[in-house]
Design a protein around this ligand. Structure first.
Ligand code: FAD
Ligand code: NAP
Length: 501
């Protein structure tokens, strides 16, 4: 055991993140420059890899490049996509390309680049248990370290669960049969799939649409029959008009969180096209490809909406898929060689928190009662990423809102906001009770802002040069757990007129 490892073992981290995917990786990148803030992030994987089973060549992000790990909290961060592009010689090609939407492969490379520079990450560590020492107010996080082959325990004061969602399989779908798979492992199974005489893709979210489009390109080369069946009432697009995009905003999160659980539940069910649909461009590409393929040769393709998969019968020579038609309430079946379930992802509370479950708060429906600051426990010590569709609304899985959530989590943990957190960005008002207090939507025009340079911070929050404007970085005094060692960098974050707060 190295001296560094021994010191780490004795250490009590201010914050420990479990899972290193976009949301916790962003939190790690935003935490790293904060002096004296001691945190560590753990992931079971041996290195960063973002949904590898869905890294199709043609796929792109659904959100603009500013939805990187840091930009929306700190555009000056060295971990921004633009800095990655600069450092890897891609900035001019990106500029000339004039496209805000990065290929998903490039986004993965960018995240890997960030992960290689951060010193607060530990990969190859699967967390198996978390318990709480009430006497010392410390959480003990135990897991298996793949590198050492041993179990190990870390200690911390705050936890952020960034363990993501799991592929959802409708019941009676035996994934253990090699012919049945989820889109999450599509790339690994594509060669096998293309050896089948018939393939059925289930679901009509972005994943299923991308897989269908990918398989359709080769339909004449391999000669398979390709079916696309979904429960959705139609192949609907992801809504991407600007006033609707304002629902991905702090304003809407505030409004949504204040509604009753029943109202929120009904709203989320009615807002599917805001977070589940297919990129409109891809729907059109699919149609055009179907049209082109038919000009060249006959092919066998079946598309059907309104059909819920209820059971997969695994006969030795073929799969029999049983469906229920949603509008006609009638059963139907289809025979196929292999099936790809693009049925989405669900959140499941990680097993490792069973020993502290009594500290976690749930609503009457048994769902996590996620507080406005993303904490889920009675003490406000444990935070979650990407969980609150039912509490915080459609922006929960959105990469573009990751920085906002991380800003709020950091503020709750530190007791002050190291990055400015926007409150009102929307032109529209969601909450009628706020109509009277809201600034009219034309306020804050650029020519009414005071652009005198002395009113802007000369440096980013992680530089040593303290000159932050209280307007741009409203802050509070650091908490006691942070005060030790919180040196010059943190002082940047303190408003110069601190006594006025
Ligand atoms: C194919 C795909 C593409 C998407 N594209 C976009 C997009 O373009 N724009 C957008 O806004 N949203 C997109 N999303 C939605 C969402 O933003 C992503 O799913 C995103 O990856 C969520 O990140 P996450 O941090 O919640 O965790 P995940 O990416 O789900 O990862 C969770 C991590 O936790 C780790 N982990 C789990 N359990 C443990 C444990 N016990 N111990 C240690 N580690 C553990 C896992 O190894 C994993 O690395 C996409 C989703 C999918 C499926
Ligand atoms: N390129 C990208 O950026 C990209 C790629 C993939 C995914 N994503 C994102 O990742 C998230 C998950 O997307 P996803 O496509 O994996 O899942 P999803 O959006 O949740 O879609 C699941 C689909 O499966 C259908 N379904 C569920 N159960 C079914 C059943 N029993 N029978 C038939 N159909 C069934 C659903 O129908 P209902 O409509 O009835 O629920 C829906 O059409 C989304 O936020 C998406 O935007 C992004």
């Amino acid at each position: 055991m190295t001296t560094q490892q021994r010191e780490m073992d004795r250490e009590i981290f201010d914050l420990l993140g479990i899972g290193i995917a976009p949301f916790n990786l962003g939190l790690a990148a935003l935490s790293e420059p904060i002096d004296g803030f001691n945190c560590l992030f753990l992931d079971a994987k041996t290195s960063f890899d973002w949904h590898p089973g869905m890294l199709l060549k043609s796929s792109r992000l659904q959100t603009p490049f500013m939805s990187d790990l840091v930009t929306m909290a700190d555009p000056t961060s060295r971990y921004s996509y633009l800095n990655f592009a600069k450092k890897t010689g891609r900035l001019y090609p990106f500029y000339i390309r004039e496209n805000f939407f990065l290929p998903r492969h490039e986004y993965n490379l960018y995240c890997q680049w960030v992960s290689q520079q951060l010193s607060n990450l530990k990969f190859g560590f699967k967390v198996t248990q978390v318990d709480y020492n009430a006497g010392e107010s410390i959480y003990r996080v135990t897991g298996f370290d793949r590198r050492s082959g041993k179990t190990h325990t870390y200690q911390c004061r705050k936890l952020v669960l960034g363990t993501g969602t799991e592929p959802y399989l409708p019941k009676d779908c035996p994934i253990q049969d090699a012919r049945v798979m989820h889109t999450a492992s599509y790339m690994q199974q594509k060669t096998y799939l293309q050896s089948q005489s018939a393939i059925t893709v289930i679901g009509s979210g972005q994943s299923a649409a991308e897989v269908f489009y990918d398989l359709l390109q080769d339909i004449d080369t391999y000669g398979y029959q390709l079916n696309w069946m979904t429960r959705s009432a139609r192949f609907y697009p992801l809504e991407y008009t600007k006033l609707t995009l304002e629902m991905t905003s702090p304003d809407y999160v505030d409004y949504f969180h204040e509604l009753t659980p029943e109202k929120r539940c009904a709203l989320i069910a009615s807002q599917k096209s805001l977070y589940k649909g297919i990129n409109a461009e891809l729907i059109n590409d699919i149609y055009d490809l179907l049209y082109q393929k038919r000009l060249i040769a006959d092919f066998q393709c079946q598309l059907m909406t309104n059909v819920a998969l209820t059971r997969i019968q695994t006969d030795p020579d073929a799969l029999k898929l049983h469906f229920q038609h949603q509008e006609q309430n009638a059963p139907l079946s289809q025979t196929t060689g292999a099936v790809v379930l693009g049925t989405g992802y669900h959140y499941r509370l990680p097993q490792f928190i069973k020993d502290i479950k009594q500290q976690i708060e749930f609503d009457d429906a048994g769902q996590l009662a996620v507080q406005r600051d993303y904490s889920i426990d009675i003490r406000g010590d444990i935070f979650v990423q990407n969980v609150g569709l039912h509490t915080h609304g459609v922006s929960s899985p959105d990469l573009g809102m990751g920085c906002y959530r991380n800003g709020i989590i950091l503020k709750a943990v530190l007791g002050y906001a190291p990055y400015h957190i926007e409150e009102h960005i929307a032109f529209q008002t969601f909450d009628p009770a706020k109509l009277a207090n809201h600034q009219p939507c034309g306020a804050n025009a650029i020519n009414t802002l005071n652009l005198n340079p002395k009113h802007f911070p000369k440096t980013s929050p992680h530089s040593n040069n303290a000159d932050a404007s209280p307007h741009l970085y409203p802050t509070q005094t650091p908490t006691s757990s942070m005060s030790a060692g919180a040196g010059t960098k943190m002082s940047v974050l303190m408003a110069p007129n601190k006594e006025a707060q």
